[in-house]
Ligand binder design. Structure first.
Ligand code: S3P
Length: 167
């Protein structure tokens, strides 16, 4: 498959970068969270609250499976937890270029400080949550990725150029 898949931690810029990249390449932009919200007619927060995380993870697997069967190339932003689930790894591997967007803990904390839409980060100390989840996930992100791009210190223009150069 020839998709471009953006992975990385919540707040790393997958949606903002993905939309700009799709525009630049004249491709459709798809977001797995949005697919799930549309299918369920509910927000991600409400799905977590009503059905639990395990059910949400099943919905993510259905979404990535469906996208892996889509032949026209898309720029795809996947939820931060998706690449970590072992059942999703074979799909990711066969979808095309996988780009890991990174950002420092400070930058992530700043971007996520006032966010209330991400159930994995609600309650307790935000920085501590970011650090411990990142520790759990970083290896999976690295394993899945063909390219790593830092979003902390670069403009969108530079980020997009770096990705396009490496396609
Ligand atoms: C999650 C990331 C979110 C969303 C859900 C769970 C995670 O997506 O899928 O809140 O476990 O990292 P974004 O990475 O697009 O914020």
């Amino acid at each position: 498959m020839n998709h471009i898949v953006l992975i990385g931690f919540m707040g790393c810029g997958k949606t903002s970068v993905g939309k700009r990249l799709a525009k630049r390449l004249d491709l459709t932009f798809v977001d797995t969270d949005e697919m799930i919200e549309q299918k369920m007619g509910m927000s991600v927060s409400d799905i977590f609250a009503g059905f639990g995380e395990t059910y949400f993870r099943q919905l993510e697997t259905e979404a990535i499976k469906e996208l892996s069967e889509t032949s026209s190339p898309c720029v795809i932003s996947v939820g931060g937890g998706l690449p970590v689930q072992s059942q999703n790894k074979p799909y990711l591997r066969n979808m095309g270029k996988v780009i890991f967007l990174t950002a420092t803990v400070d930058v992530l904390a700043e971007r996520l400080e006032t966010d209330t839409s991400r159930p994995m980060l609600q309650g307790g100390d935000l920085r501590k949550k970011i650090i411990s989840l990142m520790e759990e996930r970083e290896e999976a992100y690295r394993e899945a990725a063909d390219l790593e791009v830092d979003t902390s210190r670069q403009s969108f223009g530079k980020i997009i150029e770096k990705i396009v150069e490496n396609l």
